[in-house]
Design a protein around this ligand. Structure first.
Ligand code: SAM
Ligand code: SF4
Length: 308
């Protein structure tokens, strides 16, 4: 499927729940009350994934909220695989017990992105509201032996600007990919954005020898070889250097609303068309044609609902 600017749209990011067991300071704070609103059922998710497969989606990322909180998450992954989607990936906070880790290893998931903003126990509790660092590190350790694991680290001035070097050393020692993500002004992150935002350039300037490495044209991450560490690290700089021109993705929220961009607030309610597949396909295609060339500057949408 193509949008109005001839960009090929073959990547779907699907938020399967807005529930989460963490309270990250930039996403879903503990002192706010969140009602889970009308989450998609397994059957609805199957219909949505099927429709997008028919429209040419080749890559699926399952996100949330915390996707592993759904009891049927492995059925969803297996279903996507059974209809021929080979590139299935998931983003998780890494709060996984042994049973789930075993299931992830056996699943057809191609890669697991795990969020990890700090290597210090107290800071981890401060960022996420949960005393969970050891559990997350254990999950990373076990999964990396069997699956492609990538660490997502949101740059937060008061939390991890002094930990960049330690995080790179950790990634190198564990032989996993690390990507530093610029804090985005979305949902409650708008409240801390001014104080906590750190740009990619501010981090890059700290290293003496640094060279950009060629990547896939549609990759949102840019990779740099850092001579000081003899290691390559990624940056997702969606604020300082947006990558709209090569965007190949659309998103579906946990309530079944299709958005052309993370920063959009107007979406298409897919639930209105789920009982008529032909109409559903047409509505999706027409909606995707309207995808804007450049994204908006900020959004009030909760990140845990649209899926990061
Ligand atoms: N719960 C899972 C997790 O934390 O990985 C998946 C959902 S979470 C919304 C997806 C990703 O979005 C995480 O890597 C998280 O750190 C990131 N994220 C959330 N809010 C963000 C913000 N305001 N700016 C940048 N990244 C953000
Ligand atoms: Fe939960 Fe992920 Fe949001 Fe953190 S970033 S509150 S883990 S959905």
């Amino acid at each position: 499927m193509f949008d109005g600017f001839s960009r090929k749209i073959d990547y779907l990011r699907l938020s399967v729940t807005d529930k989460c067991n963490f309270y990250c300071m930039y996403c879903r704070k503990k002192d706010l009350i969140y009602n889970t609103i009308d989450q998609l059922s397994k059957e609805e998710i199957f219909m949505i994934i099927s429709a997008f497969k028919k429209l040419g989606i080749q890559k699926l990322r399952i996100t949330g909220g915390e996707p592993f909180l759904r009891n049927d998450i492995f059925e969803i992954i297996d279903f996507a695989h059974s209809i021929g989607i080979k590139n299935i990936n998931i983003t998780t906070n890494g709060w996984l017990d042994t049973e789930k880790i075993k299931k992830v290893i056996k699943s057809p998931l191609k890669s697991i992105n795990i969020s990890l903003d700090t290597l210090e126990r107290e800071k981890f509790r401060y960022v996420t509201g949960i005393d969970g660092l050891d559990k997350v590190l254990r999950a990373i350790d076990e999964l990396k032996e069997y699956k492609r694991v990538k660490i997502n680290t949101v740059l937060i001035r008061s939390v991890n600007l002094d930990e960049i070097e330690d995080l790179i050393s950790y990634a190198k020692k564990s032989n996993i990919i690390i990507r530093f993500i610029e804090l985005m002004p979305i949902g409650i992150a708008n409240q801390i954005f001014e104080d906590e935002f750190v740009s990619k350039d501010e981090v890059i300037k700290r290293f003496k020898g640094i060279k950009e490495v060629a990547t896939d044209k549609v990759s949102t991450a840019k990779y740099y070889y850092v001579e000081d560490f003899d290691y390559t690290v990624g940056f997702i700089s969606s604020v300082s250097d947006h990558f709209c021109k090569t965007c190949n993705k659309v998103r579906v929220s946990s309530t079944g609303v299709l958005y052309n961009c993370l920063f959009d607030t107007n979406g298409l309610k897919l639930r209105d068309y789920l009982d008529a597949e032909e109409l559903l396909l047409k509505k999706i295609e027409d909606f995707v044609k309207k995808k804007k060339l450049i994204r908006s500057l900020k959004s009030d949408m909760p990140m845990f609902r649209i899926g990061g």
